[in-house]
Design a protein around this ligand. Structure first.
Ligand SMILES: [Zn+2]
Length: 671
């Protein structure tokens, strides 16, 4: 019987503010989107996953001006931080939209013009308390302070009264239509509690929305009235339609619109659940299926904020454990709609227990036994006994439930199901003790059966964890001797019997080494991370910052190459290594590991920051000569710019620098 083709799946993240330094919150939304996109693809749906950056507005203009750049050039420079992080996290969007893209600006103008012509946009005057930092007027309910001013509730900065000519969107006209839509589509906003919140806000009455500014220059100009700039929401939200082809790739637009899922942080729910559907209703475009507001990650039970200095840098976590551990933790720990608490203890505990112990051990001991007892290929298993059949059934049941959870955007529950099966199989192995069966040649068929059941479960589970942990799933797939990419598996046909006799398995390498919490915390404390913490001072692009002292020079903290870390000669030759001599050395305040060095390269002097202070005093280094990578991307470490990196060995967490004899000329090339 022909199956009905499944509908396409279109998932989005918000476009992130390009000035922001990506943190765990950005990572979280994008990882959810990536995991669901991967799942839906493997379910046989055509998928489009969109993310991107919002590059307009006063703050971008200002940041650029401070650096003598035009705003677009500044955006070009900093947008790389997002590209780099998605790569490091194995997130693979189908398209990365930037609101400075020409087709986006054109699309926004076209929609603006349409609504203007039909009377949904009109010109008027707006007067209100305005937060320059957040580029938004305060809501009326913000109280007046003693000094007669108002303080922005979002950022705590002082707001100013602004009156200006503006274009309004006639939001008030859409109140009833929105309420009707919510009533007819109770899952339009998830979780349910937020649907109620949104509906009650709309029931309270909607005012028309000012959607242009004369004070902001960097943005999409109002067509035929360029003194006005279309700002923030009317510009940004439309990325969801321009990003899949509105007005420039109609076939794609029509295939994927309306979106299946807008993933957002709960702080921007109102914009997505009220303004956005109202814009779409006005434009005559269908409304998205679901706006899902996810929760916050708290750090040790406190909200993360730049002022508290407790913002989590995803690179620190990726560097220690790889992207999959972080992806797993964030999606397993809490349901998408709730707040989660991040503690290093909790993170390491979960990685050790779920990944290293449960999954890692199941894979490694099963495959190692198959290697030892059967040279990697199981042969002639005995017929299934009841306990064996129970494993098969447990797999079938788990599969159905895990699918359903994934489909309803509950990856945490899907993982719970998968892990309860892993527990069952680990117990099955303990109960049936294949290592004992192996001692009696007469029990060889029975031994084959037990290992077959375990391997079949591993074979069946691997595609199911692939959306969450793509790299690790592929590794297991390779161990199993399966050809090709695990993400090419289609769930429709996934079955216990996909595991075939006669396929030769490989010797497994450790998937998730156990992590020692103490060592991890010590390492984390020593990792420079201010670059990704401090957006106002970050000049250079924070590509993953290599630890200042490390023996390997070719290791940015992004995901490790899956197969090999061999570099070609040409790649190596790109590195400019030189003999430098130290002119000045001082400690970096507040960082016990770091020294700031002024070095001479023969042709010029530079400043570098090196994590060597635990081994060397500043005095010991002045006049010394060592190797520096000269053409490394500059980085800011603890607020100090580092224009290069010295080479040193790390022994017991301390740096040991190889020095040259004094007669080696400064600036000499090292190769
Ligand atoms: Zn503010």
């Amino acid at each position: 019987m022909e199956k009905k083709p499944k509908p396409p799946f279109y998932v989005t993240t918000p476009i992130y503010y390009v000035n922001d330094v990506p943190h765990i919150g950005h990572a979280y939304t994008t990882i959810i989107a990536d995991a669901l996109a991967r799942f839906m693809k493997m379910s046989g749906r055509e998928v489009f996953f969109l993310t991107g950056t919002d590059e307009h507005g006063q703050k971008v203009e200002k940041a650029a001006a401070e650096r003598g750049l035009d705003p677009r050039a500044w955006a070009d420079k900093v947008v790389v931080r997002f590209h780099d992080l998605w790569k490091a996290l194995d997130c693979e969007p189908d398209f990365f939209i930037r609101t400075t893209m020409e087709f986006h600006e054109r699309g926004v103008q076209k929609l603006f013009q349409k609504l203007l012509a039909q009377g949904d946009i009109y010109k008027g005057e707006y007067k209100g308390w305005y937060c320059i930092s957040d580029e938004s007027f305060l809501t009326e309910d913000v109280a007046v302070e003693k000094d007669g001013t108002k303080i922005c509730p979002d950022c705590g900065r002082k707001a100013a009264v602004v009156a200006e000519e503006t274009y309004f969107f006639r939001l008030s006209a859409y109140q009833q239509k929105l309420l009707d839509h919510y009533a007819a589509h109770p899952s339009f906003v998830r979780p349910q509690s937020r649907m109620n919140e949104v509906a009650s806000f709309v029931r309270g009455g909607l005012r028309d929305l000012s959607i242009t500014r004369t004070t902001v220059k960097w943005g999409v100009p109002v067509p035929d009235d360029p003194a006005h700039t279309i700002y923030v929401w009317f510009d940004a939200l439309h990325n969801y339609v321009t990003g899949i082809g509105y007005d420039w790739d109609l076939a794609r637009f029509e295939k994927f619109w309306p979106a299946s899922l807008h993933l957002i942080g709960k702080d921007i729910l109102r914009f997505h659940a009220v303004f956005w559907p109202a814009f779409l209703l006005a434009s005559g475009l269908p409304l998205p299926e679901c706006v899902f507001g996810h929760g916050w990650w708290l750090k040790d039970e406190a909200k993360m904020s730049k002022s508290k200095g407790n913002v989590l840098d995803p690179y620190v976590l990726i560097k220690a454990l790889g992207p999959d551990a972080l992806r797993y933790f964030l999606l397993r720990e809490v349901p998408i709609g709730l707040d989660g608490n991040f503690s290093h203890e909790g993170f390491i505990h979960r990685v050790n227990s779920d990944l290293a112990n449960d999954l890692g051990n199941l894979v490694s001991r099963t495959l190692t036994m198959i290697g030892n007892y059967f040279q990697g290929a199981i042969e002639s298993p005995a017929p299934e006994e009841d306990a064996d059949t129970a494993v098969r059934w447990a797999f079938d049941e788990m599969k159905e439930r895990a699918f359903a959870h994934y489909e309803s955007y509950a990856p945490n529950k899907a993982l719970e199901e998968i892990w309860s099966l892993i527990t069952i199989v680990n117990k099955y192995l303990a109960d049936n003790a294949p290592w004992k069966l192996a001692k009696d040649p007469a029990l060889r068929p029975r031994l084959a059966r037990v290992l077959f059941q375990a391997a079949a479960v591993i074979r069946g589970v691997t595609p199911l964890i692939a959306p969450i942990m793509p790299g690790s799933a592929q590794k297991i797939w390779d161990f199993l001797g399966e050809p090709g990419a695990v993400q090419d598996v289609r769930f429709d046909s996934l079955s216990f019997d996909d595991f075939k006799l006669g396929r030769t398995m490989k010797e497994p390498t450790p998937l998730f080494p156990r992590v020692d919490l103490k060592a991890f915390l010590a390492d984390e404390a020593g990792t420079p991370k201010e670059k990704t913490m401090d957006e106002t001072k970050s000049e250079a692009i924070p590509a993953p910052v290599p630890a200042p002292a490390q023996a390997s020079v070719a290791a940015p903290a992004s995901k490790p190459e899956p197969k090999t870390n061999i570099v070609t000669y040409d790649e190596f030759a790109k590195m400019d290594l030189r003999v430098a001599h130290v002119v000045e050395a001082v400690k970096v305040e507040g960082a016990k590991k770091l020294l700031k060095l002024k070095i001479d390269l023969g042709t010029e002097q530079r400043q570098i920051v090196a994590g060597v202070a635990e081994t060397y005093t500043p005095e010991q280094l002045v006049g010394k000569k060592f190797i520096v990578i000269v053409n490394l991307q500059p980085a800011v470490i603890r607020g100090v710019e580092s224009q290069g990196m010295l080479l040193a060995a790390t022994v017991d967490n301390k740096a040991s620098i190889p020095f040259f004899e004094p007669d080696v000329p400064t600036g000499a090339k090292v190769k």
